[in-house]
Design a protein around this ligand. Structure first.
Ligand SMILES: CC(C)(COP(=O)(O)OP(=O)(O)OC[C@H]1O[C@@H](n2cnc3c(N)ncnc32)[C@H](O)[C@@H]1OP(=O)(O)O)[C@@H](O)C(=O)NCCC(=O)NCCS
Length: 182
């Protein structure tokens, strides 16, 4: 789907205390395949995709879309954070609407438990709030995905509703950038 948002892309790389967020490059392809083929990463995302299929289907530079950040630590990709327009073919039984900006995050299992996802998502949300002030961000995740639920809470998402989709309970939350005081 065409991205209707007036978002300037790509931004200059965003540096946090330990990470860099930047647009994707050809050298990230192997890690993108790793993320999609990992049973652990995809445990609550419909399961892993076959590596051979990914090798065939993925473009030379994967993730060339507005709001699709590679997260790098010490020069190596450890995950991705995405602020993407919600696709029109999403679940129908909830208040998600096509075009809503949706946060997604995937990190390699060896990068879990260090606070990297929190650090990267916070930086991406700050960037988004600067780029499109006042524009909300939505998120949905399986309620069984404890790490993701915990992350959503730490980032300041608040629950809108829960709904059933893909045979599991989903949590739907929204985040709004802090309004400037005064
Ligand atoms: C969801 C996911 C990104 C969460 O990753 P994570 O590493 O658990 O996320 P966090 O950044 O919140 O870090 C977790 C822990 O690191 C710990 N940590 C260690 N060092 C830290 C530091 N320096 N700073 C902050 N936290 C630190 C914290 O204790 C934190 O746990 P707590 O919040 O319970 O205290 C990860 O599990 C994942 O990629 N899952 C697969 C993909 C997926 O399901 N995505 C959801 C799509 S909707």
């Amino acid at each position: 789907m065409a991205d209707p948002r007036p978002l300037a892309w790509p931004p200059a790389p965003i540096r946090t205390e330990r990470l860099v967020l930047r647009e994707s490059q050809a050298r990230d392809r192997a890690t993108v395949i790793e993320l999609s083929a990992s049973p652990e990463v995809n445990a609550y995302l419909g399961g892993p995709r076959p590596r051979a299929e990914l090798e065939r289907a993925l473009p030379e530079v994967p993730g060339q879309r507005r709001g699709w950040f590679v997260v790098e630590r010490d020069g190596a990709m450890i995950g991705t954070v995405q602020l993407k327009p919600h696709a029109p073919d999403g679940p129908a039984n909830c208040r998600l609407e096509a075009g809503d900006t949706e946060l997604g995050y995937l990190f390699l299992p060896q990068a879990w438990g260090h606070g990297y996802a929190t650090e990267a998502c916070t930086a991406a949300l700050d960037w988004f709030a600067d780029a499109l002030p006042g524009e909300p961000v939505v998120l949905y995740t399986q309620t069984a995905n404890a790490g993701s639920m915990r992350l959503a809470e730490k980032l300041g998402f608040t629950e809108v509703e829960r709904f059933e989709a893909w045979g599991a309970e989903q949590w739907f939350g929204v985040w709004s950038s802090p309004t400037p005081s005064g």
